[in-house]
Design a protein around this ligand. Structure first.
Ligand code: FAD
Ligand code: UDP
Length: 376
């Protein structure tokens, strides 16, 4: 059978594109080398709890179009991400806000907190060679937040996460951390936030099977594009590729670097392990970066609980590439692959792996909707 699109990857990008193509009457075959759909947002039910198999996923966006789109396929609960940070036996609220500052220094008002941070960042400014242009993440963090926050809450977590010392990492990574002077533990600044009731897998299923999509989208799991590339390509007019971009070109210009993860999941015969969905472990000596307690994403009241320890890991060929490493060296290499990708006729590259970008879910959806609009 001839399809309009062969889509490599049943993650969010591939799914949204196929759903949009179906609305235009186009037929898609989606393949994925994994044994399931939904890519990294895959959730699996166990003990009545939706387990986030590839790490905690919290949906957040300020884009009304994207929010309306996902709400078409799932009802979202009111979950607001408010992780805790544990440093030795001390516990702090994230993101850095008045609760954190109160815990660290006993300050009560925003002015007191500002004064304390100003004192600490002034120390950093005096010591750093060019404070207007932080040379690395360590300098950026010290200039933004000062020594106490850097040493307790940033340094260990970041060095574990990226497998590099903070002074070897680019400054921009830490710009993702919101910083505020109100007593507000909401991790995100976005207008909309929540978790799809019933799990992300069900939401993706609804995209693939709702209405017209049911007859126009076919999905085959456990099919690796590279195991049968020519025959698979011959089955469709066009290709949407959401795997790793360098792999598509046989890594002929060299391998892009990724960061990987290892998840250790345990079912416990107690109703509650940590009282919160996400607890970060910020000291370097603890080998994992966080423990997720899945039931709290959905206010679960089951007798048992399921937790996952998340260990950052070095990546080598064959491992899951979870995070692109968007430093200068890798971005320059990606730019060369992008030139090759732009020259490919009839191929759309999309998603986190295909574009080598640290996209969140809402960004992947916005991208897929845009690409679909331009190409269909
Ligand atoms: P993927 O989900 O990676 O899908 C790509 C698919 O392609 C995979 O299923 C893969 O198996 C398949 N594939 C690759 N190569 C081949 C091949 N050769 N043949 C066949 N199939 C292939 N975003 C948020 O908005 N909020 C969060 O809280 C959040 N938390 C995250 C936590 C972690 C630990 C990680 C890793 C990511 C997180 N994200 C979060 C980001 C989110 O996971 C991504 O934005 C989204 O899943 C990307 O979708 P995608 O379709 O681009 O990629
Ligand atoms: N980070 C940190 N301490 C924390 C949480 C995060 O220093 O307790 C830093 C760390 O460098 C990390 C970055 O902030 O790589 C982004 O973390 P976030 O959790 O926002 O993003 P994610 O890793 O989920 O993409």
């Amino acid at each position: 059978m001839k399809y309009d699109y062969l889509i490599v990857g049943a993650g969010l990008f591939g799914t949204v594109f196929a759903q949009q193509a179906a609305l235009k009457g186009k037929k898609s075959l989606i393949i994925d080398k994994r044994s399931h759909i939904a890519g990294n947002i895959y959730t699996k039910e166990s003990e009545g709890i939706n387990v986030h198999v590839y790490g905690a996923h919290i949906f957040h966006t300020s884009d009304k179009k994207v929010w309306d789109y996902v709400n078409h396929f799932a009802e979202f609960n009111r979950y607001t991400n408010s992780p805790l940070a544990r440093y030795k036996d001390e516990l702090y609220n994230l993101p850095f806000n008045m609760n954190t500052f109160h815990g660290l220094w006993g300050v009560v008002t925003p002015d007191e907190a500002r004064a304390k941070i100003a004192e600490q960042t002034a120390e950093a400014r005096a010591r750093i060679k060019d404070p207007e242009h932080p040379a690395n993440l360590e300098e950026q963090a010290l200039l933004l937040a000062g020594r106490d926050i850097y040493e307790k809450l940033v340094k260990g977590y970041t060095e574990k996460q990226w497998g590099k010392r903070a002074y070897e990492l680019p400054a921009f990574i830490i710009k993702r951390l919101p910083f505020r002077f109100t007593y507000d533990n909401n991790y995100f600044n976005d207008k909309y936030q929540g978790i799809p009731i019933g799990g992300y897998t069900q939401m993706v299923e609804n995209m693939l099977k709702g209405g017209i999509a049911a007859s126009l989208i076919e999905v085959k799991t456990e099919v690796d594009f590279f195991a049968d590339r020519q025959n698979l390509c011959a089955m469709a007019d066009k290709l949407v590729y959401t795997g790793a971009v360098d792999e598509f070109f046989d890594r002929r210009l060299g391998a892009l670097e990724w960061r990987s993860l290892r998840f250790e999941t345990e079912t416990l015969d107690i109703p509650d392990f940590q009282g919160n969905a996400v607890v970060n472990y910020n000291e370097y000596e603890v080998p994992y970066t966080r423990i997720i307690e899945h039931k709290h994403f959905e206010y679960g009241t089951q007798d048992k609980t399921i937790i996952t320890r998340e260990y950052p890991a070095a990546w080598k060929e064959g491992d899951e590439p979870y995070y692109p490493i968007n430093d200068d060296k890798n971005n320059a290499l990606y730019a060369k692959y992008k030139e090759l990708a732009d020259k490919e006729q009839g191929v759309i590259f999309g998603g986190r792996l295909g574009c080598y970008k640290y996209y969140d879910m809402h960004q992947v959806i916005a991208e897929a909707l845009r690409v679909a609009f331009e190409n269909l």
